[in-house]
Structure formats: C-alpha cells, structure tokens
Ligand binder design. Structure first.
Ligand SMILES: [Zn+2]
Length: 536
C-alpha cells in the first residue's frame, strides 16, 4: 500500500458528531425509541421498516431524515396513513390533527444503501458486506434527539452484524442479528459481513474486533484505549466496545457510542493506533456528550484524545503526532483558506479537517499548558461527569474550564476558536553580562502577529551545565526575561516543548555570545590599535 494513500486517508478520516437539527417542526416532539428492522439479504437493495416511538405536545407534524436513495413506501401514525413532503434527505410529515402523548410513527422504505461524503463512503452494500453510519440517514431519524433503539438486521446467511449497544439475538445461519441500545443516543450505525472475532475484556466489558484482515493487536489496543480513557475522562457508559473492519470505500474510521467502524487500509497503516484511539474516544465525545454548536467538541476532542493515548504509550509518538497536525494546519493556512474553528461548518474537506480536527487538538494542548496539567485533567473529568448523557456547547466548556481553573479564559477561547491569527514569537534582544563570577542574561521576547496576542510562553535558558525555564506572559507587546547562572550561557529558546501553535519556529532560538570571547576580542582590538598607532 502506498504511503500516499495512507496520508490521504489519515488527512481525511471521517468521523462523526451530531446531526444539526434542520427544522423546528419537531420542536415539540421527543423521540423515545426506534425499532429498526432492516433487510439487506437481497444484494444491493435494502428494505426497511422503522417504528419511531415519540412523545408529543400539541405537535402538528414532525421532520425526520432519510437518505434520498431510500424511498418511503408507507408512512403511518398508528393506523392512519399520512402525507409528507421530501426535500432531499429531509422528510416533513404533516399530522391530520394535533398530536399529544406517546405515539408510533411507522415508516416503510426501500432503496440503495449508498452514501458518499467528500469521496468517503458512509453507507455501502455489496456482495461482501454492508455498513452505514448514522449520518448516512439509513433509517428515518429525528436529528439531534436522543432515543434508545432496537436494531434488527437481516443479511445473507453467514454474515455477522455488529451495531451499537448489546447483542440480544444472534443467528448467523439465518443472517439475523438484533442489538439493543438502552442508553438514549443521537444515532445508530452498523456493519455486516463475514468476520473473525477477536475478543478481550476491560473489567467485565467485552471488547471485540470483527476482522477480515490480519491485525493481531486490535482487541488489545481497543481494550487499552477504553481503559485509558475511562481513567482520564470518566467511566465507560456502554455494555460493550466493538471495532468492525469494512471495505466499500469508507477510507477512514467512524466512531460513535460503543462502535467503531474502520476501513481495511487504516487497520494495516502506521496510523492504526492513533486512529483507533480517536474513534474509541468518540464514545465519550460524540456518544456520552453530543455537541450543540461545534464539531470541535467531538472531533477536536477525539483527535486530542488520540494524542493523549499515544503520549501514554511513548511521549515521542505524541510529539510527532502534534507536529504533523501543526504542519497540516499551517499548510492550509498558507493557502489562505483556513477558517476560525467555530466558523468551520459543513463539508468534511481538507480545510475542515486541518481546522477542526488538527488545530482543534492543538487548542486543547495549549489549554493544558495555560491551566496546568492537573487542572486540565480535572476539566476533562468534570466535563464528562457534568454533561454525560446530554449535550454541551463551547460556552459550556469554556465556563467549566474557567470554574475549574479559577482563570478568566475568554481571551484564550477568542484567540484560538474565533480567530485565525497564529502568533510568531522571537527574540528582539538578548544580552549577556559577566561580572567575573555570574552571567546575567537579559532578553526581550516579542510577538510579530498584528493582533494583541496573549499567551504564557516558556523561555528556556541553556548553559553548558544544564538548563532552567521561566514562563512569561506576553500580552500585546514584548516581555522581558532575565536569567542568572555561574555556568556559561549557550542559548535561549522559546517554547522548546512546542506547546504553542506558532506560524514559525525557526526564529525561536537565540545563541548567546560568550562575554569572555567578547572581552578577549576587545583586548585583541585594543592591542592591535596600539601597535598601529605609533603616537601611543
Ligand atoms: Zn472523529
């Protein structure tokens, strides 16, 4: 497999967040449970029957999403047929009279499971298997509304189907599988095909990989990521975790509650571990907590969770991953197409990925630097505990970060989420003096972006015997920093650890002149001058 292919896959891995509610028609509708029956036993054609159980308060209609490759055959409320209007994936249903209490909407539909976004397949069905992620709208769903589900899928004999939640019925001979999801979720995905199962356990929770190719470390890596995230973010809420390998043009991965779907090329790529961790983290960021207003809360967080998992294995892996994300973002920025994270919406393209995923992860890395290690960990745990089972907005996360840290952080979120400005720090001056026993280094650190950029910046002072570090706050101007040492100064460096997303790092180091050399040079010059001037 070419590395180019892997890079493209790495750049554009498609993942999920919440569907954005598209209509107010369902505002007084609350979906309670989906009973999904999907028959994909006939090649290429899906036949579905879905019962949406919902509570209504004086509802005159509702809106659901269904992929436009799937046509509605019948639509009934109880026993009464209803009329509807379709606009692409959006189906507006009109009730004959205002509806109250608990009701059942039954939708029968048929068509192709075939949906692509930015050349990545989100739903596919062929003779080898089939899959659909919930954003492909493979079943009628009321967007943005959490509900439980029964998912019954009928396939060709010999296929196994894996979905969210817990396995209730398994009949491979008849190709019949049922999965129940008893936590209210924003959406449901599935994959079917011929698989070998690799199983492990995280405490009592089964963790399985359903594979077509060879990936001996899959279940172990999946278990370790669930274990790590449980420690760092809070308990895992689901009855199992599964990863399913798929072909069919996914070219990446997809994670939602308790289910990861991953394409074969990723399973065999060097990016496998980070990909897997990212997708597994979506059970927390995307599953347990959905995002109200920005995919940064799901994709940026899952991307940084992937980096945290790598860091737990080997800090150099995390450093490399962060470096790759910085390059990816700056490359898009250099074309002038970058957007502020909170302005990036819509299509999954290279700009969206570089902005929301990669810069999004770097923003969390910087927040960690600003508030400190322990506070950052506490913020993530409090966030998951506070919003588990619900949804959060960026303002919620900011307020929580401010509460936990005791810091006012509006400037941080404004700079990094609502602006495209990236700072560039450099040494305006750096002078060294030596009094015969102690070296004193005084430097002025400037920032050359036009905005009044504020960040804490670590300056490291390296001598021939070791180094020391000081943190200075640079806020709309330059900052002075002073070091003293009895060892000989070698150089100063800005942000050696690479916390800050800077536009340029080539100017971060300043070699310090040795005062002895300077004095020696002055002595040499004065001797030379004396010898050239006979008057003296
Ligand atoms: Zn993702």
């Amino acid at each position: 497999m070419s590395s180019g292919r892997i890079q493209i896959a790495a750049l554009l891995f498609i993942l999920l967040s919440v569907a954005v509610p598209i209509s107010s028609a369902g505002a007084n509708i609350d979906a309670v449970r989906y009973i999904i029956d999907l028959d994909i036993s006939q090649n290429n054609t899906a036949v579905g029957r879905v019962e949406i159980i919902f509570n209504a308060t004086d509802a005159k209609g509702l809106t659901f999403l269904l992929d436009n490759n799937l046509s509605v055959q019948t639509l009934r409320l109880g026993r009464e047929s209803l009329i509807f209007q379709r606009f692409g994936d959006t189906v507006d249903v009109e009730f004959k009279r205002p509806v109250h209490g608990t009701n059942n909407l039954v939708v029968e539909y048929t068509g192709f499971l075939d949906e692509s976004v930015d050349s990545h397949s989100w739903a596919n069905l062929d003779s080898d298997g089939g899959f659909a992620v919930y954003e492909a709208n493979w079943y009628p769903n009321i967007p943005g509304d959490r509900a439980t589900a029964e998912i019954h899928i009928k396939t060709q004999p010999g296929w196994t189907t894996i979905s969210n939640g817990v396995l209730i019925e398994s009949n491979p001979e008849k190709g019949r599988f049922s999965w129940f999801v008893d936590t209210p979720e924003i959406g449901f995905s599935f994959a079917s095909g011929r698989y070998r199962e690799q199983q492990d356990y995280e405490k009592h929770i089964p963790v399985s990989c359903y594979l077509q190719s060879v990936q001996p470390n899959c279940a172990e890596t999946l278990r370790k990521s669930v274990s790590f995230f449980s420690r760092r973010f809070g308990d895992y809420s689901y009855p199992k975790m599964a990863l399913v390998e798929v072909g069919g043009g996914l070219k990446g991965g997809h994670g939602d509650n308790s289910l990861v779907i991953m394409s074969s090329d990723i399973l065999s790529s060097p990016k496998f571990t980070e990909f897997l961790a990212h997708e597994a983290a979506h059970s927390w960021f995307g599953g347990m907590i959905t995002a109200n207003d920005s995919k940064w809360l799901t994709e940026g967080f899952a991307t940084y969770a992937g980096v945290m998992y790598l860091e737990n294995l080997d800090s150099s892996l995390a450093r490399d991953a962060l470096g790759t994300k910085r390059k990816e973002y700056l490359k898009v920025k250099s074309t002038g197409r970058d957007k502020a994270i909170l302005s990036a919406k819509g299509e999954y393209d290279d700009v969206f990925h570089a902005t929301v995923y990669s810069k999004g992860a770097l923003v969390l890395h910087m927040l960690r630097s600003v508030v400190g290690e322990e506070t950052f960990s506490q913020i993530l745990r409090d966030y998951v505990e506070g919003y588990r089972g619900g949804s959060a907005s960026v303002a919620d996360f900011q307020a929580l970060s401010e509460n936990v840290s005791g810091m006012e952080l509006e400037w941080f979120f404004d700079q990094w989420l609502r602006s495209t400005v990236v700072p560039d720090y450099y040494f305006e001056t750096a002078e060294t003096e030596f009094d015969g026993s102690v070296y004193t280094v005084q430097a002025v650190v400037g920032e050359s972006s036009t905005a009044d950029f504020k960040m804490p910046v670590d300056i490291i002072f390296v001598t021939d015997k070791g180094n020391t570090s000081k943190r200075v706050w640079i806020d709309s101007g330059a900052a002075e920093v002073e070091f003293q040492s009895t060892s000989r100064p070698v150089y100063l460096e800005i942000d050696r650890e690479g916390w800050i997303l800077e536009s340029r790092r080539s100017n971060n180091r300043r070699v310090l002149r040795y005062p002895l050399s300077f004095f020696g040079l002055r002595l040499l010059i004065s001797n030379l001058a004396r010898s050239l001037q006979p008057g003296f």
